[in-house]
Ligand binder design. Structure first.
Ligand code: AMP
Ligand code: MG
Length: 333
């Protein structure tokens, strides 16, 4: 693919948003802020456009994408929305909850979005940048994180530019993302069984409360998408988890009282830590060959943070953590 000029524009720039929607309608890619991480969007009904996402990211073709919709009614035109699914959409949308549901047939959605699966992951973003693209184009947008496959997810327009400059036409800058980690993903099957496929800032407990149902943890016996087997986020540096102190040569990412070179949250606030996580890993990766990360509590949003740092550490055989690096790898990029 020949390199192009990547324009970075503000999400308040209406003429630029109009140009972005034209780019999408012509089958090309635009990156945009969402409340979780920056997404790389394409017209989900155009197979050639969706293929460009896989190509630009270097994403394995068996790792399905999330389809972004404006509202519940757009979701209902694409997937079978059970009563439980609707309840959760009403409670958490727009917001960082992705639901994997049976696709309607026939469907306008390109088969590559779901990597050929009969289900589709739908999410309704709550950020004006991505919302204006869906609204302006009138299209459902397939959008994974806007980073090269295997790298950490981007939480600023600058992160996107450093990974994809010259490969996409436009980046819609909406500032640093509010939440900092990717959406919670659940599946709801034909028997109304809810499974957590990827933890996020909306916790399993909140979903259980809202649905009045038990949430099953996804595990390696219940792989519903091939992408979920993969470990991602690998920075160049080696990562050591549960580190209260740093060893020689390590960049130490702290949390709470474990100060570190960069502290995710001095007050021990897990939302703040999630928001800063990928910036911290990026900074650490630029500063040292080895990274140590302080213990993060395994409660609430801490579960999502631990999921991401475990996967960042996963390809490294010699860390001193007692966690199983291959547990619960849900395949993100
Ligand atoms: P990303 O777009 O990088 O945030 O990753 C999206 C993730 O959503 C994939 O890696 C899958 O784990 C999950 N996913 C997307 N679509 C489906 C689906 N139809 N069934 C199960 N999981 C899915
Ligand atoms: Mg991703």
């Amino acid at each position: 693919m020949t390199d192009m000029i990547t324009q970075v524009v503000s999400c308040d720039d209406s003429p630029a948003i109009a140009r972005a929607t034209a780019i999408l309608r012509s089958g090309n890619l635009v990156a945009a802020a969402t409340e979780t991480v920056y997404g790389l969007a394409a017209d989900a009904t155009n197979d050639e456009a969706v293929k460009k996402i896989y190509q630009v990211k270097g994403r394995p073709s068996n790792n399905p994408l999330i389809c972004h919709v404006l509202d519940i009614s757009m979701a209902e035109s694409l997937v079978e929305v059970s009563e439980t699914a609707k309840l959760l959409m009403e409670k958490f949308w727009p917001g960082p909850l992705t639901l994997v549901l049976p696709q309607r047939t026939p469907t306008q959605i390109a088969p590559t979005v779901s990597a050929g699966l009969s289900t589709l992951a739908v999410r309704c973003p709550n950020h004006p940048a991505m919302r204006s693209l869906i609204k302006g184009s009138g299209l459902p947008l397939a959008a994974p994180s806007a980073n090269p496959s295997g790298k950490i997810s981007p939480t600023t327009a600058e992160h996107v530019r450093s990974g994809l400059d010259g490969k996409i036409e436009m980046i819609i800058d909406g500032g640093a993302t509010d939440l900092g980690i990717e959406s919670t993903i659940i599946s709801i099957d034909q028997n109304d069984v809810i499974r957590l496929l990827r933890p996020g800032t909306i916790t399993s407990d909140e979903i259980a409360d809202a649905s009045n149902k038990d949430i099953l943890d996804n595990n390696s016996n219940h792989i519903t998408a091939p992408g979920q087997l993969e470990s991602h986020y690998a920075p160049d540096a080696l990562i050591r988890l549960n580190a209260k102190t740093a060893l020689a040569g390590e960049y130490h990412i702290g949390f709470g009282e474990v100060k570190g070179n960069f502290n995710l949250s001095e007050t021990g606030d897990l939302s703040e830590a999630a928001k800063k996580l990928f910036t911290a890993i990026g900074k650490a990766d630029q500063s040292a060959d080895k990274i140590a990360i302080a213990p993060i509590p395994l409660t609430g949003i801490g579960l999502a943070i631990n999921d991401r740092i475990k996967r960042a550490a996963a390809p490294r055989p010699q860390t001193d953590t007692d966690t199983d690096h291959h547990l619960n790898s849900n395949g993100n990029e």
